[in-house]
Write a protein that binds this ligand. Structure first.
Ligand SMILES: *Cc1c(COP(=O)(O)O)cnc(C)c1O
Length: 407
């Protein structure tokens, strides 16, 4: 079989485009945000892609992330910094979710989270464009993925975490060779420090959506889902939303696939799930706003979605509204209950952010927003093993075990 990593890759990137104004920017140059301070989106010659690649040819390739190379920005195979980005499985959870619930389990990717999809692309492009030093604010998983890929290709990294970032993430980042700092502030306050250093020319700013390629990596979740579902998208998607890269990326992927004629016009209803202790997108959705104000005193066990302010807020809100979905908030007790139920009844250990999607899905069924029989995909974006688990393990003295019937 053909190897996706080393295969020749005619790139079909034509240019980049401001997501707010549509202003165009040249490909093959280093870019951050657009002139108006908004994310840049990568555009492709989709007619060219369609002429070069059929769904059948794609189906014959190994099923990793790089099978989608014609729809990805990397021009040179040598730029790719891979750690084995596999296609993640769809797993039903009939007991804790019901007959329509399917989990896309992203915890199996390198570094244990779907941040690997975004960072493998962003780091490969940084390498292609000659970047040598990168800084990033992170709640944990993005920093871990950046550290791993950057270590692999010798790019230096400086990573700033809010002080309540899970301990395992901070240690994982350090173990993979990054310089990591805990900061007495939220992720956007860490981002302000990174932005200052970037303005001083000390490093390249890798904050969520502040460089254009992470979204292209995250987009592969949507491409993969379409192929896995036989080119018929599910009825609904529940996505744990922090910066929203994945939701925006999937929405872009569906659009590209329709232009290629590989899927029809049917779209899933997109549900952006947040924690009630940090729900800026939900508040803006309910108020009918196009942008979301900063959420003060953000607090939730689901660290990956503790994002008080998102630079792509209007893109998240736009996709959710166009899809006929909603933004939903769930409390920490419901999140932890969902994690517990799914592990005990269906044997799948979700991360708290994944638990949030299950909790929101159950609430949406109760509220009549989704039918239990509809095909609904819940994103579990990291392995549950990266988070503190409840204490367990009753002591057993090997010399006084007694009656085994009691065990
Ligand atoms: C980063 C992260 C999210 C949020 O992803 P975005 O695409 O930035 O909204 C959700 N869950 C986990 C586990 C994460 O690490």
């Amino acid at each position: 079989m053909q190897d996706n990593l080393t295969a020749a890759r005619p790139s079909f990137v034509t240019h980049l485009e401001c997501s707010m104004t549509g202003e165009t920017y040249a490909a093959d140059q280093l870019h951050g945000l657009s002139r108006v301070g908004r994310p840049l989106l990568v555009r492709y010659d989709l007619a060219g892609v369609g002429a070069a690649l059929t769904r059948e040819a794609l189906a014959a390739r190994p099923t990793d992330l790089w099978r989608w190379r014609e729809l990805l920005p990397v021009r040179r195979a040598e730029s790719i910094v891979s750690l084995g980005e596999i296609e993640t499985p769809l797993i039903d959870i009939p007991k804790s979710g019901g007959p329509g619930a399917i989990v896309k389990d992203e915890g199996r990717l390198p570094t244990g989270s779907f941040k690997a999809r975004g960072l493998v692309m962003a780091v490969s492009m940084a390498r292609e464009l000659g970047v040598t030093r990168i800084a990033m604010p992170t709640n944990g998983n993005a920093g871990a993925a950046l550290a791993a890929y950057a270590a692999r290709c010798g790019i230096e990294t400086v990573i700033l975490c809010p002080e309540e970032t899970p301990e395992v993430n901070v240690r994982e980042i350090a173990a993979q060779g990054a310089r990591v700092y805990r900061v007495n502030g939220q992720i956007d306050e860490c981002g302000a420090i990174v932005g200052r250093g970037a303005a001083e020319g000390r490093w390249f700013d890798f904050s969520t959506l502040k460089e254009p390629y992470r979204i292209e990596g995250k987009k592969t979740m949507g491409l993969e889902l379409a192929a896995q579902c036989g080119w018929e998208l599910p009825d609904a998607i529940f996505y744990p939303t922090g910066g929203g890269t994945g939701l925006i990326g999937m929405w872009k992927a569906f659009d590209e696939l329709e232009r290629l004629g590989w899927i029809g016009s049917k779209r899933p209803r997109m549900y952006a799930v947040q924690a009630s202790g940090c729900a800026p997108i939900v508040r803006a959705f309910e108020a009918g706003e196009e942008h979301a104000e900063r959420w003060e005193n953000a607090a939730t066990v689901a660290a990956g979605i503790r994002v008080p302010r998102a630079v792509g807020d209007f893109l998240i809100l736009r996709a959710v509204r166009e899809s006929g979905g909603r933004a939903l908030a769930v409390g920490d007790p419901a999140i932890l209950q969902a994690v517990d139920d799914c592990a005990r009844k269906d044997g799948l250990l979700l991360c708290p952010e994944g638990g949030a999607t299950l909790a929101a899905y159950r609430q949406a069924m109760r509220d009549g927003l989704v039918d239990p029989k509809e095909r609904t995909v819940l994103f579990n974006c990291a392995t549950g093993l990266k988070y503190p688990l409840p204490e367990a393990g009753t002591w057993l003295d090997k010399d006084a075990v007694g009656d085994l019937a009691a065990l």
